[in-house]
Design a protein around this ligand. Sequence first.
Ligand code: NAP
Length: 476
Amino acid sequence: MTTDIFIDNQWIAGADGTFDVVDPATGEAIRPVSNGGTADARAAVDAAAGALVSWRNVAPRERGEILRRTFELMIRDCDELGELIAAENGKSLIDAKGEVTYSAEFFRWFAEEGVRMGGDYGTAPAGGTRTVVTHHPVGVAALVTPWNFPAAMAARKIAPALAAGCTVVLKPASETPLTAFAMAKLMVEAGVPAGVVNIVPSKSASKIVGAWMEDPRVRLISFTGSTGIGQMLLKQAADRVINSAMELGGNAPFIVTEDADIDEAVAGAMIAKFRGGGQACTAANRLYVHAEVAAEFTAKLGAKVEALTVGQASEGSDIGPLINAAAVDKTQKLLDGAIEAGARVAHQAPIPAGSKGFYFPPTVLVDVPADAEIVREEIFGPIAPIVTWTSDEEVIALANDTEMGLAAYLYAGELQRAIRLGESIEAGMVGINRGLVSDPAAPFGGMKQSGIGREGARVGLEEFQETQYLSIAWPN
Ligand code: NAP
């Protein structure tokens, strides 16, 4: 029997049969997984609510030690976890193992932040009171994560939640639940008590998450995924006025000025665009290259793209498949639409012939109209559309002409100009002369429709806390 629902540190069978987790590199099933139902969703909250009182009273240092041990165990099992991520997500082994270390760092970071439970003590201007400000765990937190970073998106929520004294119920993406199960096993080994972390995989996301959104014991929804589902959850959250943290879609501009180091910019673009096959919320979606250097940048980027090996992670490829057949169709439609609008494929890498995997060729696209759908939509695939520009005002207007505002990248020679441009971009994270912005110590999150709230840094812990003050009569 498949027993993949993790409640109260027990593995139980789901209410609604099973579903298959598929290897996107082959199109074949890896193994069946329990399909959670409404009863499982409720049982998970029963366990989380039951564990809350004791977990919130565990000393911060003790909670921190458990998180620290989870970090160490993830590093110990980095190869194994990386192979699991690569199997269910399809990304290359380098990307998968990089994700494991990045994820583990959230446990280390919040092990350290969680012991600094500050507060405040004040006096009212009029006198007569003392104010004591303290921070408390929000309570049971519902976490919902996507498939593109199966370990990191869970770690970025679980670690701060546990550090703050919250207990959690997690629904991982149905494409990639196996990594969450492996992390749960490590958390038990690290000493996470029963009921503190509960995981319910399901093919019917709305059944599970819907049950949590209606449950009065759930006090916070932390969601990472598409803007559309985030908007729906925010509406549900409004009904019960529960705390909401939303990490949503992106449409990152990647700007190259005429005085940038072009080799560095190309190296940065390879990371920002092609890491994970372009399936990152922070992925460079539109490359705005100054007209004076566009030919050089395109030729150098094209040479690197044509040299990429596309294939199975186990074969040591640079880039794996997309997550499923629907993703290939969507990416192909965006490419076809761009070509119809006048764009031209300048460079492409080959994909494995005759494979049943969901491969899409890494592509560099030139002559892209600035208003083409491919630069307005989140591609979530390995296409680099290049648009040229000539003035700073023009490129800022292009970069900001979107409802999304998650990440942006900027390669420029003169630092003051780079900072000025960076501050003009409406995005929560701007990489200056680097193609990667993620860092456990930095506040990850978006402006506009890319989200509400931040993960990582100090603020990532505060998302899982409520502020309270005691107003104490203090006669003069
Ligand atoms: P998605 O379709 O929104 O799914 C995300 C999660 O929501 C999955 O666990 C999914 O479950 C669940 N879900 C789907 N329908 C739901 C519903 N009606 N009610 C409650 N939960 C529901 O997103 P995705 O395709 O997995 O991920 C790609 C998107 O995530 C992109 O837009 C990307 O930019 C964004 N993302 C953002 C960040 C960030 O930090 N800002 C990070 C990574 C990804 P199922 O798997 O069962 O469908």
